[in-house]
Write a protein that binds this ligand. Structure first.
Ligand code: IPE
Ligand code: IPE
Ligand code: MG
Length: 264
C-alpha cells in the first residue's frame, strides 16, 4: 500500500518535471541557442554519500543524467555538448573507483551507441586517450567509428582530460611543425592554437555548467573558456535533469555578452 502511494507520488512528480521541461523548452529563443555547452559532471560521490550509499552508486546515477543531457541537447539543437567525465587529476583516486568509472564508460558506450547513432550523435573522446585502459580505448574506437558519419549533435567526452595537458600537447605539435619548417613562427596565432586542441574545428563553449556547489573550473577547457558564460548550481550531477539544462540555456539567453566591448 505505502509502496503504491510512493510510486504514485514518484510518477506524478516525474510528470511535473517532464511538463516543466516541455513548458520551459517552448519558451526558448530558437534563434539564440548556444552552439556549444560544456558540463562538469560533478557531485556523484557526495550525492551517494548523502544517501548512505557507496560512491559507485552516485557514478551509476550520474550516467542517467548524462543520458538526459544528451537527449535534451539533441532536442534543442545544440551543435556541441562537451562533458567532463575523467580528469588528468582523477588518477589520484583509489584504483577501485577508477576501475568503476572506466567500466561505466565502457558500459555506457556499448549500451548507448545504437541509440546515439539513431539520434545522429557524433562521438569524440577528448583527452589523453592513449593512457586509458585497453577496454576503454576499444569502446571509444568503436563509438568513433560507428558515429563518424553522424551530423547532428557532437558529443565530446572528456576522458583523462586536462586543460593544461591539452595546451602542452598543442605546443609540442606546433613546435614539431616549426622544427620541420612546416610552420613559421609568424604563423602562430590564436586560431592556429585552437586548431591544435582536442576541440579543433568546434566553436568555443558559449555556456559552462558546473553542478555540485563548487565554483571552479578544475582544469577544464582552459583555453576555450575565455569568454564562456558560467551557470553554477548546488544540484548534484545525479539530480541534474533535462529541465535543469533547459533552465541553464534560458538563463544564458538573458545574458548580455560584451566580449570586452560595449552594450549595443
Ligand atoms: C564526478 O563526481 C565524477 C568524477 C569526477 C569522475 P565526483 O566523484 O567528483 O563526486 P564528488 O565531487 O566527490 O561528490
Ligand atoms: C571535475 O571534478 C572532474 C570531473 C567531473 C570529471 P573533480 O571532482 O575531479 O574536481 P575537484 O577535485 O572538485 O576540483
Ligand atoms: Mg568531484
Amino acid at each position: 500500500m505505502i509502496k503504491n502511494i510512493v510510486n504514485l507520488m514518484r510518477r506524478s512528480s516525474d510528470r511535473e518535471v517532464e511538463e516543466s521541461e516541455e513548458v520551459l523548452k517552448a519558451s526558448l529563443d530558437t534563434t539564440r541557442i548556444p552552439r556549444h555547452v560544456a558540463v562538469i559532471m560533478d557531485g556523484n560521490g557526495r550525492w551517494a554519500r548523502r544517501k548512505g550509499m557507496p560512491r559507485s552508486f552516485g557514478h551509476r546515477a550520474g550516467v542517467e543524467s548524462l543520458r538526459e543531457a544528451v537527449r535534451v541537447s539533441a532536442e534543442i539543437g545544440l551543435k556541441v555538448l562537451t562533458v567532463y567525465a575523467f580528469s588528468t587529476e582523477n588518477w589520484k583516486r583509489p584504483q577501485e573507483e577508477i576501475n568503476i568509472l572506466m567500466d561505466l564508460l565502457v558500459e555506457y558506450l556499448n549500451k548507448e551507441i545504437d541509440e546515439l547513432c539513431e539520434k545522429n550523435v557524433k562521438i569524440r573522446a577528448i583527452g589523453g586517450i592513449q593512457e586509458l585502459p585497453p577496454k576503454a580505448r576499444e569502446a571509444i574506437a568503436v563509438a568513433h567509428d560507428r558515429s563518424k558519419n553522424c551530423s547532428g549533435l557532437n558529443l565530446n567526452i572528456a576522458l583523462n582530460y586536462g586543460g593544461r595537458a591539452e595546451l602542452v600537447e598543442a605546443v609540442r605539435g606546433i613546435c614539431a611543425k616549426v622544427a620541420e619548417n612546416e610552420l613559421a613562427l609568424e604563423d602562430i596565432d590564436q586560431e592556429l592554437i585552437s586548431r591544435h586542441l582536442y576541440t579543433a574545428g568546434q566553436p568555443d563553449p558559449d555556456l559552462l555548467i558546473r553542478p555540485s556547489g563548487d565554483y571552479r573550473v578544475s582544469n577544464f577547457l582552459l583555453w576555450q573558456l575565455a569568454y564562456t558564460e558560467f551557470w553554477l548550481t548546488d544540484i548534484m550531477w545525479p539530480d541534474f535533469k533535462g529541465v535543469h539544462l533547459v533552465r541553464a540555456v534560458l538563463d544564458f539567453q538573458r545574458r548580455n555578452r560584451r566580449f570586452g566591448g560595449l552594450n549595443k
